[in-house]
Every structure is written in C-alpha cells, then in structure tokens.
Design a protein around this ligand. Structure first.
Ligand code: 2BA
Length: 109
C-alpha cells in the first residue's frame, strides 16, 4: 500500500520522527498547493501490509494540525490594470490530505 500525505511544512519533522520511530519508511517531496500556491510537503509512505495503514493514518492525525492562513488574492487581467486593492482572505488549511493506493509491486534494485 502507498500512503500519499500532503502535510504542512511545520509538521513534517515531527511526523517523520514519529514514523521512523515506529519503523516506517518515507520519502519527503517538496510540493506546492494549487490553491494557495504556497509550499507544502508530500510524503510517500510505502507499507507492506494493508493492516499498517490505520496506524500510519493515526500518527498523521496525532501530529498534523489545522491552521489558518491569510492570503491576498493576486490581481489578474483588468483588475491588475485598475486601482484594485486585494482583500486578504482567511483560509483554513487542514492537517493533512491523505490518499491510500494499492501498489502492484515494489522492487528495490
Ligand atoms: P492548497 O491547494 O494550497 O489548498 C490550501 C487550502 O485552501 C485547502 O486546505 C482548502 O482549505 C483551501 N482551498 C483549496 N482549494 C480551494 C477552493 N477551490 N476554494 C476555496 N478554498 C480552497 P486543504 O483542503 O486541507 O488542502 C491542503 C493541501 O492539500 C492543498 O493545498 C493541496 O496541496 C492538497 N490537496 C488538497 N486536496 C487535494 C486533492 N483533492 N488532490 C490533490 N491535492 C490536494
């Protein structure tokens, strides 16, 4: 099984430490959220047994926090040419977005 978790940068070190402590392997990828266009982190966590998924998800739930971000919309098109003043918008970013996928094979070469 492959667990893909998009998490906030602030939670990554604690999350990786907990996962390693419990014997899981993970790969950390720098990513960017499509909506906020700000950095976040994507972890690829491969586990051999499907039964390990709930434990990994529980660790993610324990570590990752929901936070509020204030974003200023970027002016586009005609707005950019006018006296448009962007109003900051508050967005709640979830603790993690988690996808779980069945893996056909895992080969280490
Ligand atoms: P972003 O795309 O930068 O989104 C950050 C937060 O902005 C989202 O938090 C959500 O609260 C809000 N948001 C996203 N799209 C929106 C929209 N069209 N209108 C209003 N608000 C919107 P989360 O939902 O917790 O997502 C956090 C990050 O997880 C996302 O960063 C993205 O990188 C990833 N993600 C979330 N859903 C995904 C999906 N279905 N597929 C792939 N990645 C996803």
């Amino acid at each position: 099984m492959l667990i893909i978790a998009v998490v906030q940068d602030q939670d990554v070190n604690r999350l990786l430490a907990k996962l390693m402590e419990k014997g899981y392997s993970a790969t950390k990828l720098a990513s960017t959220g499509g909506f906020l266009r700000q950095g976040n982190t994507t972890l690829l966590i491969g586990v051999e047994q499907e039964s390990a998924v709930p434990e990994v998800v529980a660790v993610i739930k324990e570590v990752c926090r929901t936070r509020k971000r204030v974003v200023s919309p970027v002016a586009t098109g005609e707005q950019a040419l006018s006296t448009y003043i962007p109003t900051p918008v508050e967005v709640e970013v979830g603790g993690a977005t988690v996808f779980t996928i069945k893996v056909e094979s895992l080969e280490k070469i």
